[in-house]
Design a protein around this ligand. Structure first.
Ligand SMILES: NC(=O)c1ccc[n+]([C@@H]2O[C@H](COP(=O)([O-])OP(=O)(O)OC[C@H]3O[C@@H](n4cnc5c(N)ncnc54)[C@H](OP(=O)(O)O)[C@@H]3O)[C@@H](O)[C@H]2O)c1
Length: 278
């Protein structure tokens, strides 16, 4: 995979900003060197502190000055959706006009970003936190100026080092991609918690319940990653008719069961994503 060339500013070093920075700085392939990255945050919070300490050459600034802006090839916006516009105010006049602007803010449409960065190439991205361990799933959509091979390659280089990249055909699909993959890790963590808690309720020790639940989820994920069959087939493989798994799945897949709940949960996430952007 192509290495990321040039200089990059990351605006906002919260949970997701820090996960992205970690993915760039520690990736085995497509790595970004510490001196290629500048962290932009109003204060030196714990994440900034930890990243700067762990990666000599990495710098932190409170804001992008014209000197820095002129050097930038890409700017990643990783602040909360309701402060995106405030955080980037005035930036379009200091950032190099050929820089790629990437926003990971949930629900903030290209239309709004186009207004803040007129005539810039802009990509909206929706990564998820497993990107920090090279196993992320990122959805991307580009505005018109960003739909050229150079920008496409640049945007992909930012996220491919941390996992998979999926281009969406229509920006309206970003809400569902957010509900699926952006929020998705939380669904899997909840499932793990629920399995451990149920184990404890039936008498397993806390240690045994957590260890079994966690390793089961990790093992199942690894099976999905390594085997060619899809999750449906893998599920059928462990379900003998009339057996224990079948008994459990009859409950989970019954009326109002897990598939319905996931459908409703994702619809709620999508609605929230729309609210955040309005
Ligand atoms: N968390 C996820 O799983 C996830 C997944 C995909 C996309 N996203 C998107 O990623 C964005 C960030 O989410 P998050 O969970 O990382 O939020 P977060 O932890 O609250 O981080 C936001 C960071 O922005 C900083 N900040 C506030 N104002 C700023 C400014 N003017 N300039 C620069 N930095 C500023 C905050 O600084 P302080 O620390 O000083 O308050 C904070 O560290 C959101 O738009 C969200 O929709 C999140």
């Amino acid at each position: 995979m192509a290495k990321f060339k040039g200089k990059l500013a990351l605006i906002g070093v919260g949970r997701m900003g820090a996960a992205l920075a970690t993915s760039w700085l520690t990736a085995k392939r497509g790595k970004i060197k510490a001196d290629q990255l500048v962290l932009v945050a109003p204060r030196r919070n714990g994440n900034v502190e930890a990243l700067v300490e762990a990666h000599p050459g990495l710098t932190w600034v409170e804001r992008i000055t014209p000197d820095l802006g002129a050097e930038l090839d890409s700017v990643i916006i990783a602040v909360k959706p309701h402060i995106v516009i405030e955080a980037v105010r005035g930036l379009s006049s200091v950032v190099h006009p050929r820089a790629l602007i990437v926003s990971i803010a949930a629900g903030t449409p290209l239309r709004q970003l186009n207004l803040a960065f007129q005539n810039f190439a802009i990509v909206r991205a929706m990564p998820n936190t497993p990107i920090s361990v090279g196993a992320g799933a990122t959805s991307l959509i580009a505005n018109e100026p960003a739909q050229n091979p150079d920008y496409v390659k640049r945007a992909e280089a930012l996220f491919k080092s941390g996992g998979s990249v999926t281009w969406l055909e229509d920006e309206r699909l970003m809400g569902v991609a957010t509900a699926l993959a952006g929020s998705g890790p939380a669904y899997v963590f909840l499932l793990t918690e629920a399995m451990a808690n149920a184990g404890m309720a039936e008498g397993l020790s806390e240690e045994a319940a957590w260890s079994l639940a966690k390793q089961t989820v990790i093992g199942a994920a690894q099976l999905m990653a390594l085997r060619e069959e899809g999750p449906q087939e893998l599920r059928r493989e462990v379900t003998s008719p009339g057996g224990t798994t079948q008994a459990a799945l009859d409950v989970l897949m019954g009326e109002g069961g897990l598939p319905t709940q996931i459908r409703n949960a994702m619809a709620a996430a999508e609605r929230r994503s729309r609210q955040l952007g309005s």
